[in-house]
Design a protein around this ligand. Structure first.
Ligand code: NAG
Length: 346
């Protein structure tokens, strides 16, 4: 069977003037001349169609925001596939991809992998955060695009009231609409909460030892939550000036070093103790291992709707290195990456 890439290539050839007169050897030359840096080849996903009882996409849209970065593209594509595969109304899911720069190869990959996908690309001006990022314990956490989730209310069109933000290293194995439909009960963010985690350790002694800062959570029961999976009321976020609140904590961090991680702690400072808790099934996180070593992790018990490879290790890298963790085999079925080199005989 011919790969899509080969077909695209043939189509391109037919557009060339005098292509009929090109000898076969010329074909080889052109094919090899296609840049080695060209976007990786992904298999085309099937078309996912709505069930009969789905509402019109325009009146019942599920908005999902994800960042788009060439380094995580394989993860993003797996996440999108997993969402479409498990929802009964896939045509009602709308993707908002946020990218720091315009990367035609990445966008072309999304388009060719999901020809029917409803999506829009939004630009994130990384200059917004560059001066505010302080170095964390893991370099990957310091990428400006990691901070884009703070700016969703500014990035997304005004008619988007609610959005589900997802990291690129997740797969959803349940109907995303069940998460979408959560009752926020007036809160700005909904996410699973982890109240048994030791909240103290997310902040430094400089924070807890400061008589003013340490009173931040007075009157609250703050719990850790993971910012890789959040339902956000974008309108309330905007109206409440939450972006500015998160930014001001980043400024404090620059001066006083009050935490170790990247974009997570300022979120906790503004929202911990004030979010709507959703079932833990919606973020089985930490599957990438810890931030330093990335050792293998087991699943926690209980039902699972979303798997999240947060932490250092990523399933596609471990699978490629032939040293996968057992949990990585749960990610593999959503991998559309076509590792074989393209050829006309494929
Ligand atoms: C939580 O962590 C802090 C700082 O590492 C430690 O002092 C404290 O004893 C821990 N609390 C519990 C309940 O483990």
């Amino acid at each position: 069977m011919m790969s899509r890439r080969s077909l695209t290539f043939l189509f391109f050839l037919t557009l060339l003037p005098f292509s009929n007169s090109l000898p076969p050897v010329r074909v080889e030359v052109i094919r090899r001349a296609s840049s080695p840096a060209a976007a990786p080849a992904f298999r085309e996903a099937p078309a996912f169609r709505n069930a009969d009882d789905c509402a019109q996409p325009t009146s019942s849209r599920v908005n999902i925001a994800m960042t788009l970065d060439a380094n995580y593209l394989r993860g993003t594509i797996a996440a999108v596939l997993s969402i479409l595969q498990h929802t009964s109304c896939p045509e009602n899911v709308y993707f908002h991809f946020v990218a720091a720069r315009s990367d035609p190869d990445t966008i072309a990959s999304i388009r060719s992998t999901f020809p029917y996908l409803a999506f829009r690309l939004h630009r994130f001006d990384s200059g917004l955060v560059r001066g505010r990022i302080s170095r964390s314990i893991r370099q990957a956490l310091d990428q400006p695009l990691n901070y884009a989730r703070i700016y969703l209310a500014d990035i997304l069109p005004l008619d988007v009231d609610r959005v589900i933000y997802l990291d690129s290293d997740v797969v959803v194995v349940d109907d995303i609409r069940a998460l979408w439909d959560v009752d926020l009960a007036g809160r700005v963010v909904a996410a699973p909460e982890y109240c048994h985690a030791n909240f103290t350790k997310y902040f430094t002694d400089a924070f807890w030892g400061d008589s003013v800062l340490s009173r931040t959570f007075d009157g609250l029961r703050p719990c850790y939550f993971n910012t890789g999976v959040m339902v956000m009321d974008v309108r309330r976020w905007r109206a409440g000036g939450y972006t500015q609140m998160v930014e001001s904590w980043m400024t404090v961090q620059k001066q006083k070093h009050i935490y170790h991680l990247g974009s997570l702690p300022p979120f906790l400072l503004v929202l911990a103790g004030n979010i709507k808790a959703v079932d833990h099934r919606w973020n089985q996180h930490g599957l990438g291992g810890d931030n330093m070593e990335g050792r293998c992790r087991k699943l926690h018990s209980g039902p699972i709707s979303l798997l999240h490879w947060s932490g250092k290790g990523k399933p596609w890298l471990r699978l490629d290195s032939r040293k996968p963790c057992p949990v990585d085999h749960l990610w593999a079925p959503y991998d559309l990456y076509k590792s074989s080199s393209p050829s006309l005989e494929e």
